[in-house]
Design a protein around this ligand. Structure first.
Ligand code: PEP
Ligand code: MG
Length: 602
């Protein structure tokens, strides 16, 4: 038996047989083209391979759409965009035309250097995107290979072994099998994002990879498709051979190879308990989240578009606490028009069963940078030109979005929310633009919602400590712990190197949260939370004890949080909160909350 430790990136337990995915690198052929006709031929081959690749990814995307796999759809859209990237096309063409390279060699070299560029980036999220570029490179190469095989010319694919030397090479294309046995657990150095989107999860019940982490696309897809996964296992994973018996524990981040009968039995029981617990939690779906002592708590969901609404109601969500509108602005080369935005928001409203939707205005900048935005390169993008700061500066963009939201609100129950607010003056300026948007709509005789409630995200410390002042300006607050935590602790939320410092249970963060909730209550301003902390079971009773009455989270987390709420009382939560707020370290706080959670789970 062998135990390999990694990072649990998608929860759950799988038991099955290993299937080891071998990665072979595809060497450069080193062939040099003779004459213009050959070059023209190769350019055409490249164009065909790109076209076939796009069609293939469109097919995968249609499948992901049918299965409503949001993350998968987003990733495949990025791939389609990358496949059509004019820079890549231009560079490949230059290599063929000016250097006499074959299409295959040109693709290997161009993709290889883009992959390296991403890998060299300090930011873990950005370096993780190398897998996407490699993925589309492999796809193009696979089609080039297919074409040359059909043409009967073997030299393109056999290559000149070793001719690549230290020249760039990408993984052998087409190496990902399409058919698997039941209960297969994939073992790989890394998985291409599109492989995780397309794999048959009736057969493949989990995977472990040597590289990757929580923000790798393969991990994100695993989580959204509900299959356990462990990433970042390192070279030890190489000792596994196909058909080894594997226990994959995505909860603890452990891979156990060829376990003994006792351990196997223990894990079979653990897997069953996990499944039963999931079913039990889902059975709470239609029960309102009311605590034992009768306090009603709102369970809302975070969404990115209309496709998410079915999942919201499927998990027992009572509405939307955060509609991140950025999705519509991604994967394109210009801003969406008012009509496009109106259509997108209206579609969401029509799916909402007239339940409340808190729609957040554009939160771009920071980690969300797209070329067409033309945002300047900044030393500290998270502290820079971002969200409401951009909107107040670029009134044209802001007005367009506000008009679309006000119009779409007619079809549902929208509440308008501004991100990244740091002062009373910003709220006033934003509301002034809302007034302008309304005046324009009145003048044009276009129907819109006149009395849409207006709220703000509390995610900057200055907003938290002036919650009493801000409360006089708005109808509601929503605490964004993701940013509040990074700004309070001066810890970049994307920087994996300092991830241990990123800690919502830090007493400083907790004091700010408590203050916001107290001030909201005093000033009759409704307070919710839409940051990740709202979905952390460890925090649930503490937040309830602080007086939080609205939790908003990814839909799949709703049942587990509701389960804690309905089995506890505000009275008991207040006692927990009082004790916690006297503690001086996150370690003590978390240990105390963990003990409580275990107690109530017994
Ligand atoms: C937050 O900051 O907590 C939040 C919900 O916003 P985002 O994660 O979109 O920045
Ligand atoms: Mg935020």
């Amino acid at each position: 038996m062998k135990r390999v430790n990694g990072i649990g990136v998608s929860p759950g337990i799988s038991i099955g047989r290993a299937f080891v995915i071998e990665r072979k690198t595809m060497a450069l052929t080193g062939i040099l083209l003779q004459g213009e006709a050959e070059k023209k031929d190769e350019i055409e081959k490249f164009a065909h391979a790109v076209k076939a690749s796009i069609e293939e990814v469109e097919g995968l995307k249609a499948r992901a759409e049918a299965a409503r796999e949001r993350e998968g759809i987003d990733i495949l859209e990025t791939h389609i965009e990358l496949l059509g990237d004019p820079q890549i096309e231009g560079d490949v063409t230059v290599k063929i035309n000016e250097e006499g390279k074959t299409a295959q060699d040109a693709v290997i070299e161009v993709i290889g250097s883009v992959v390296q560029l991403f890998k060299d980036m300090d930011d873990e999220y950005m370096s993780g995107r190398a897998a996407d570029v490699e993925d589309i490179g492999n796809r193009i190469l696979k089609h080039l290979q297919d074409m040359s095989e059909t043409a009967g010319s073997a030299n393109m694919v056999s290559g000149i072994s070793g001719a690549g030397g230290d020249r760039p090479a990408v993984s052998k294309p087409g190496g990902f099998p399409q058919q698997f046995e039941e209960d297969t657990i994939l073992i790989a150095e890394d998985l291409a994002p599109s492989d995780t989107v397309s794999m048959d999860i009736k057969k493949v019940t989990g995977f472990a990879t040597q590289t990757g982490g929580k923000t790798s696309h393969a991990s994100i897809v695993a989580k959204s498709r509900g299959i356990p996964a462990v990433a970042g296992c390192g070279g030890e994973l190489r000792t596994i051979v196909s058909n080894d018996t594997i226990i994959l524990d995505g909860l603890e981040g452990v891979v156990i190879v060829n376990p003994g009968p006792e351990l196997l039995d223990a894990y079979l029981a653990k897997r069953e308990a996990y499944r039963q617990n999931g079913l039990l939690l889902l059975s709470l779906k239609d029960i309102p989240a009311v605590t034992r002592d009768g306090t009603s708590v709102k369970m809302l969901a975070n969404i990115s578009g209309p496709e998410d609404m079915e999942e919201v109601f499927g998990q027992g969500g009572e509405g939307v606490g955060l509609f991140r509108t950025e999705l519509l602005f991604m994967g394109r080369d210009s801003f969406p028009t008012e009509e496009e935005q109106f259509g997108f928001y209206k579609k969401t409203a029509l799916q909402s069963r007239q339940k409340p939707i808190i729609i957040r205005t554009l939160d771009i900048g920071g980690d969300k940078q797209w070329p067409y935005l033309g945002l300047p390169k900044e030393q500290n993008p998270f502290l820079g030109y971002r969200a409401i700061r951009i909107c107040l500066d670029r009134k044209d963009l802001f007005l367009t979005q506000l008009r679309a939201i006000l119009r779409a609100g007619v079809f549902g129950d929208f509440r308008l929310m501004f991100p990244m607010i740091s002062s009373v003056q910003e709220i006033r300026r934003a509301k002034q633009v809302v007034a302008e948007a309304k005046a324009g709509l009145v003048a044009e005789g276009i129907p819109y919602v006149e009395n849409m409630p207006v709220g703000i995200m509390i995610e900057i410390p200055s907003a938290a400590v002036t919650a009493d002042l801000l409360a006089k300006e708005v109808d509601f607050f929503s605490i964004g712990t993701n940013d509040l935590c990074q700004y309070t602790l001066a810890v970049d939320r994307m920087n994996e190197k300092i991830r241990d410092l990123y800690d919502p249970f830090n007493p400083g963060v907790l004091r700010l949260i408590r203050y916001v909730i107290e001030q909201g209550r005093q000033h009759n301003v409704h307070v919710g939370m839409c940051g990740e902390m709202a979905s952390d079971p460890l925090a649930t009773l503490l937040l309830l004890g602080m007086g939080l009455e609205e939790f908003s989270m990814g839909p799949s987390s709703i049942p587990a949080i509701k389960n804690i709420l309905v089995h506890n009382s505000v009275e008991a939560a207040k006692v927990i909160c009082k004790e916690v707020m006297e503690m001086d370290s996150s370690q003590k706080i978390q240990a105390y909350l963990k003990a409580h959670l275990q107690e109530i789970r017994k």
